[in-house]
Structure formats: C-alpha cells, structure tokens
Design a protein around this ligand. Structure first.
Ligand code: M7G
Length: 366
C-alpha cells in the first residue's frame, strides 16, 4: 500500500500526541457507510463469517482518509428461526442425494443482518492490527518488561481516548450495565464492541450516540445506516443475543496499564470487578457467574486496566492460553505474593511485523 498523503500522517501524529481521535466532546463526526470505499481485504475467516477491510473515505478535496471496516454475519436469533423457513424467499436447491440436501436461502433483510464495526479515522496501527500476519510467542521476563516492553508502550501504544470517553460518560453512557463510582476501587461495566447484540438500541457504537423519540439512534438515522428504524415505532423488547455475550470492565484508576502493574494493593479493586461484575451480569442478562469467562489480556492492545467478561460457550478472540489470564487466578496469585506479576515471566503473542517484536529480536530474545 502506498503511504497516504501528508495530512493523514499529520493527523495520526496529532492523534498520538493528543491521545485521542477526531472527537467533539466524545462524539466523532457522523458519516454514512456508503461514503466508504473498500481498498483491500485485510483478513477474512470463513469459519467466523467475518471480514476485515481497509477502506477509505474520500473528502471534498479528493483526499482519502483511512478506515477499518469489520463486517460480520450476526448469529441466529432463536425466536426468528421459524421465520427463516416460513417467510417467502428464494430457496435454491444445490444438491439432493438420498436423505441429504442443501439449499441456499436468500432471506429478507431483517433475517440476514450483518454487523459493521467501523474505525474511522483509522491509524496505520489499526490497519496493522487486523492484517493477517505470522505470529510468534514471546516469553517476557520482568527485566524484559522494564527494558524493552515498557519503554516501547510508553512511546507508542494505542490511544485510550475511547476509555476516558466511557469513564467520563461522553460516550456509551446509555450502555453502562453497572458502575462502582469509587475513584480507587471502582469501575464501569459496558458491552464490548465485539458483542453482536441484535437489539439496535444497545448496538450502536457511535460515540455519544443519542436515541430519538422513536427509540432509534439519531446518529444512524443521520448516517442512513439503519433507515427502517427511523420510520417505524420502537419494536417491543426482543431477547438479547447472549451466545457471544461480551462485556468489558474499565477501572476508574488511570495509572494501571496492565497485569504487570498489579500488586496486592489492587486486590479490593479486582475483587469488586469480579464480584459486582458477575452480579450485574446475572441480574441484567440472566447469565450466572459460573457461565462466564472473566479474564485480562496480556499484552492488552489498550494500556488501561480492563477485564473481559465473555460467555463460557463463546470462543472469543483472545481467550486462548497465550493471552488470557483468569481474574480469579490473578487475585489468588496477588494474595499469595504481592509482587507476583513483577517477578514472573509472561508469555504473549506478537505479529512478525510489530515493532515490539523487532525490539525483542534486536535484543536477541526471539
Ligand atoms: P484489549 O485486550 O486491550 O485488546 O481489549 P484487544 O482489542 O486486542 O482484545 C480491549 C477491548 O476493548 C476489546 O475487547 C475491544 O473489543 C474493546 N473495545 C475497543 N474499543 C475501541 C471499544 C469501544 O470504543 N467501546 C467498547 N465498548 N469496547 C471497545
């Protein structure tokens, strides 16, 4: 890919400097999905029915601004399945052999939704994050963390403005499932960007989005992304799609970057996240604590302490052993030894093209 024009580069530098995106009080300027043009496919998965695209939006001057678009076929909603067979649609028989046959269905739009997640404007780092790459495991000692990883993340980690927008109620305020407002032991629990919630009211990810009197999201009405909602009355509450339930707890304290910073001092905070997070989820969604996978990532993409809550039956991205650390185990480890995470080596995956991987290579650690 040819490097983008100078203004984009300047914008990226500005963004990294300011630690934020093109936000106005937490809300990014609205745009229509149809304004975006696909440049290339970064990655796709036939199994997960997901495709990651590098797109761009052409401005009035003809200059393109990068975007990442993630298109994902949404899971089936149990109550809508009977309609799939009943509603008039094309059902093309592909093959029939004895008792076996395969059809290809073309369902009406309300039964064939696709979730589109947009990162706009996207930095080069966002594009790299979704590009398919060779992956290597790193074994990071505490010394490696201090000498290689820490200086690197201090110089160039992802912007965490979106986290501050949530904590300050500038974005996603109406999505908050639970909050403990204590500045040192409190946190905010919200649905994660990755959860395919079929109820639009809960699924509009536009920062600062507002819902109009019809129950539809004004930003999407503006962007024409969901036209039918702007003209029809609010639908009665439908059951949420819980198969891939995914929430995230963001702590109020801002100085804790990751697992590496945790000591016994943080136990009250971590215990609150575990206990109150489970209670809030069973109360709101009816999913009990024993059916949740509650964990931290190491390395996280965003260096502000957060905890992932996913449905146990959901094979969530990043829930594998090389990245996920169960919160209950983290609590036990810290209770046994306050300096546990400043002593032990931690393993994590890095893509071959990541600058941090190169730093480990240069230090002869890979
Ligand atoms: P991570 O372990 O730092 O990185 O987790 P990962 O993205 O590589 O897993 C950050 C989590 O925050 C991920 O599960 C993201 O899906 C989620 N996330 C990222 N953003 C930008 C947002 C956002 O704007 N809103 C919400 N609700 N979740 C987000």
């Amino acid at each position: 890919m040819a490097e983008g024009p100078q203004p984009k580069r300047k914008r990226e530098e500005e963004e990294e400097k300011n630690g934020g995106t093109d936000t106005q009080g937490g809300a990014t300027a609205a745009f229509a999905l149809s304004d975006l043009r696909v440049r290339r496919v970064l990655r796709e998965s036939a199994r997960d029915k997901i495709v990651f695209l590098h797109a761009e939006r052409i401005g009035l001057s003809g200059e393109g601004t990068d975007a990442v678009v993630i298109l994902e076929k949404t899971p089936f909603q149990e109550e809508k399945i009977p309609d799939l067979l009943k509603k008039p649609m094309n059902a093309e028989l592909q093959m029939h052999n004895d008792i076996y046959c395969t059809f290809y269905l073309s369902p009406p739009p309300e039964l064939s939704e696709i979730k589109a997640t947009v990162v706009y404007p996207a930095t080069e780092k966002h594009i790299q994050k979704y590009l398919r790459q060779e992956v290597h495991l790193i074994r990071e000692t505490w010394e490696d963390y201090k000498n290689i990883t820490l200086p690197f993340i201090q110089s160039q980690s992802f912007s965490i403005q979106w986290v501050y927008n949530i904590l300050e109620k500038k974005a996603e305020a109406d999505r908050i499932v639970h909050e403990n407002p204590d500045p040192s032991n409190g946190f905010v629990l919200v649905p994660d960007l990755k959860w395919n919630q079929n109820q639009h009211k809960y699924s509009c990810m536009a920062p600062g989005s507002l819902y109009n009197s019809l129950g539809s999201c004004e930003c999407c009405v503006r962007s024409k992304a969901l036209l039918p909602l702007s003209v029809s009355p609010p639908s009665p509450p439908v059951s949420l799609q819980l198969d891939d339930l995914y929430l995230i707890a963001l702590v109020h304290r801002r100085e804790i970057k990751s697992l590496r910073d945790l000591t016994a001092e943080h136990l009250p905070l971590l215990r609150n996240v575990l206990q109150e997070g489970k209670e809030a989820i069973v109360k709101r969604f009816g999913v009990s604590g024993s059916q949740l996978r509650i964990y931290l990532h190491y390395q996280p993409s965003y260096q502000h302490l957060h905890v992932h809550f996913t449905a146990l039956g959901y094979d969530a991205p990043g829930s594998s052993v090389e990245r996920a650390h169960l919160l209950a185990d983290v609590i036990d480890n810290l209770a046994m030894d306050s300096m546990y995470y400043q002593k032990r080596a931690l393993t994590f995956p890095l893509r071959a093209d990541e600058p941090l991987f190169k730093k480990f290579q240069e230090a002869g650690k890979v």
